[in-house]
Design a protein around this ligand. Structure first.
Ligand SMILES: NC(=O)c1ccc[n+]([C@@H]2O[C@H](COP(=O)([O-])OP(=O)(O)OC[C@H]3O[C@@H](n4cnc5c(N)ncnc54)[C@H](OP(=O)(O)O)[C@@H]3O)[C@@H](O)[C@H]2O)c1
Length: 339
C-alpha cells in the first residue's frame, strides 16, 4: 500500500512507521522536521499541517491508499487536512483517544458510548480541551471524502513513550530503595503498547476496514502492583514499593496521575478509568502483547537512550514526585505506622 503519515517522528507515529516499513509498504511522512530525524526508507515531506499552502503541496505529492493521522488535536486543523486529502487517499485513519467519551473516566465505555459535544469546526478556545478530539473525529467524518477509520486508544506505553509515565517509573525503580507507591497494589490498570496499535491499525487498513475501534489492553487482568514489580525486576536495583493509602497521600499533598504517574484515584469520578471494553477491536484482531514484554523492551530502549535531560511533562505539569518530597512522605508514613 501507499501510506501517508501526518506526524510519525515521536512515539505512536514512529511505531506506525516501523511497522509499515517492516511490511514493505511505500511510506510518506509529513511533518515540520522539528521532533525527529528523517526516516530512511520513507519519503520525507516537510510542512506544517496548520498551513493551507503546505497542505496543498502535500496533496499534490499523493495519491495514497491511506493516510494515518497521529498528530491531530484541533478540529479546524484536522478538518483542513481531511479536506486537502479528500480524493488523494482512500482511507483516513485518525488516532483519537478515550477523552472523546462523555462517560469516561467515571464509567465504563465502548464504541457505542456517547461522544462529547464538539463541532467539527471548533476553534481551540471554543470548547474544553478534553472535547477537542471529538471535534477532530467529526471533522474527519464530515470533510474526508472516503472511509474514516477512527482508533480510540487508552493509555499508551512502550519504547519512545510520551509523555513518559512508564519511563518515569522505570527510572524511579532504577534508583532503588523504598519507592512511594500509591493506594493499593491490587488496583487495576489497562495499558496498550504503541506497537500493538500500529499492528492493528495496519491490519485494518490492509483489510480495507473503516469505522471505530476502542484500542486498549484487556480489562481486569493487570494491576498497578504487577506493573511496578515488573519495573523493579527489569531495572534490577532492588527497589521496594511501599503502598501508602490514598487518603494519607491526599493529606500529604501528593496528587494523582501526574505526581505518581498512572495512579487514578479509586473514587466514583474515576470508576471507569480502567474499564474500557476492547472487545470489538479484539474480535477484529487486536492482540495486546504481555505487559512484561512491553516493560522489558521499554527499559532496554531507555537504557540505550540514557536518562532524560529534562523532566517528563504532561502539558505544563512535570511528571513524577520530587525525591525530597517522596522521602518526607515515606518518613511520615513510617512514623504513623510506628504509632
Ligand atoms: N500517550 C497516550 O497515552 C495517548 C492516549 C490516547 C491517545 N493518544 C494519541 O496518540 C497520538 C500520539 O502521538 P505521538 O506524539 O506519539 O505521534 P507522532 O506522530 O509519533 O509524533 C507527533 C508528530 O506530529 C508532528 N507534528 C506536530 N505538529 C505538527 C504540525 N503543525 N505540522 C506537521 N506535523 C506536526 C511532529 O513532527 P514535527 O514536530 O517535526 O512537526 C511529530 O512527527 C496523539 O494523537 C495522542 O492524542 C495518546
Amino acid at each position: 500500500m501507499k501510506i501517508l503519515i501526518i506526524g510519525g517522528s515521536v512515539f505512536l507515529g514512529r511505531a506506525f512507521v516501523q511497522e509499515a516499513i517492516a511490511r514493505g509498504h511505500s511510506l510518506s511522512l509529513f511533518n515540520r522536521g522539528k521532533s525527529g530525524p528523517d526516516v530512511e526508507g520513507a519519503e520525507n515531506l516537510r510542512g506544517d499541517r496548520e498551513s493551507a499552502d503546505d497542505l496543498e503541496a502535500l496533496a499534490a505529492a499523493g495519491p495514497w491508499d491511506a493516510v494515518i493521522d497521529t498528530s491531530g488535536f484541533h478540529p479546524r486543523t484536522v478538518g483542513q487536512s481531511a479536506r486537502a486529502l479528500s480524493g488523494r487517499a482512500g482511507t483516513y485513519l485518525f488516532v483519537s483517544s478515550f477523552h472523546i467519551y462523555a462517560d469516561w473516566p467515571a464509567g465504563p465505555i465502548d464504541e457505542s458510548s456517547d461522544r462529547l459535544d464538539c463541532p467539527p469546526d471548533a476553534a481551540v478556545d471554543e470548547v474544553p480541551g478534553n472535547a477537542l478530539k471529538a471535534g477532530c473525529e467529526r471533522a474527519v467524518e464530515k470533510y474526508f471524502a472516503g472511509d474514516a477509520l477512527i482508533l480510540n486508544p487508552g493509555l499508551i506505553v512502550g519504547p519512545r513513550e510520551t509523555p513518559g509515565r512508564l519511563l518515569w517509573w522505570l527510572e524511579r525503580m532504577a534508583r532503588g530503595g523504598e519507592v512511594l507507591a500509591p493506594g493499593r497494589a491490587g488496583q487495576p490498570v489497562q495499558l496498550i503498547d504503541a506497537r500493538d496499535i500500529a499492528v492493528f491499525g495496519l491490519d485494518l487498513l490492509e483489510a480495507g476496514e473503516a469505522g471505530r475501534y476502542l484500542v486498549t489492553g484487556p480489562q481486569g487482568t493487570t494491576t498497578l502492583g504487577e506493573l511496578l514489580e515488573l519495573c523493579a525486576r527489569v531495572t534490577g536495583a532492588g527497589a521496594r514499593p511501599v503502598w501508602v493509602p490514598e487518603d494519607f497521600l491526599a493529606d500529604q499533598g501528593v496528587g494523582p496521575w501526574t505526581e505518581l504517574p498512572l495512579w487514578a484515584l479509586e473514587q466514583p469520578a474515576m470508576a471507569g478509568a480502567w474499564a474500557a471494553s476492547p472487545a470489538r477491536a479484539v474480535a477484529a484482531g487486536l492482540r495486546a502483547r504481555p505487559l512484561a514484554e512491553t516493560v522489558a523492551d521499554t527499559w532496554e530502549w531507555l537504557r540505550g537512550r540514557g536518562p532524560s535531560e529534562t523532566p517528563y511533562r504532561q502539558g505544563d505539569i512535570v511528571l513524577g514526585i520530587d525525591p525530597e518530597k517522596e522521602r518526607a512522605v515515606l518518613g511520615a508514613w513510617r512514623a504513623k505506622a510506628a504509632r
